[in-house]
Ligand binder design. Structure first.
Ligand code: NAG
Ligand code: NAG
Ligand code: NAG
Length: 201
């Protein structure tokens, strides 16, 4: 009886170590025809705790985003040291580096974004990407003024066009008002709608 138990414990221990995921550089991911989400690791989902990532990983994913669509990324994970990081690069070259992610959303427009993880110590890391057509929301117009133009996006997506010499369009997604992280849930386009060149966030 006792030897069997020891063997069982040993096997369990090994499989826990093996469960830490590995990944590779240069993944290229397109939206699937049936709009299924893309998960890493593929047996993980957002209702589970962040999965383990093995030490010394250096990985990248380029996600293409079709015209008229946006991609939404959520990451769950934490680095195990201060040298490691998660990084996103959007189509305008804006880089965001973090060491702790708790499924707060990032939004990316056409044509692509890149996700990178570089870690030394073992970490936790899982993510999900979905693609969706731009929401069909009413265009609101606002002038550029000394008074701030405020709209409430607590419950719904909004697109506002600010009229200046040329228009700037802001697509804002609902966010948590108590969390400044929500500020990044807005996409800015240099023109009259979301087909204009993407600028910044
Ligand atoms: C996660 O949980 C939510 C709320 O219970 C549920 O709607 C959703 O389908 C779950 N997602 C997955 C991938 O299981
Ligand atoms: C990261 O740096 C902070 C501040 O210097 C320190 O308190 C923390 O212990 C460091 N974390 C790790 C995992 O080394
Ligand atoms: C924004 O809308 C939400 C939901 O309708 C509401 O609870 C909140 O008070 C509104 N905030 C402001 C500043 O109007």
């Amino acid at each position: 009886m006792i030897p069997k138990l020891l063997v069982f414990l040993f096997v369990t221990g090994v499989s826990t170590i093996l469960a830490a995921n590995v990944c590779k550089i240069g993944n290229i991911v397109h939206r699937s025809g049936n709009s299924q989400p893309y998960y890493f690791p593929n047996n993980w989902n957002e209702n589970q705790t962040a999965p383990g990532l093995g030490r010394d990983q250096s990985c990248s994913w380029v996600f293409t985003v079709p015209h008229g669509y946006y991609a939404k990324l959520i990451i769950s994970g934490k680095t195990g040291d201060n040298y490691s990081h998660f990084q996103t690069v959007d189509a305008a070259g804006n880089v965001v580096q973090t060491q702790h992610e708790n499924k707060e959303p990032y939004y990316f427009p056409f044509p692509k974004f890149t996700l990178i993880v570089d870690n030394e110590a073992p970490a936790t890391f899982g993510f999900k990407v979905i693609w969706a057509p731009f929401p069909n929301v009413q265009l609101q117009q606002g002038g550029v003024n000394i008074k701030p133009y405020r709209i409430n996006i607590t419950n719904s997506q909004q697109i506002i066009e600010f009229i200046a010499v040329t228009g700037v369009s802001v697509l804002a997604f609902p966010g948590d008002l108590k969390n400044y992280h929500a500020l990044k849930s807005a996409l800015l386009f240099d023109g009259n709608d979301m087909n204009a060149p993407f600028v910044n966030k």
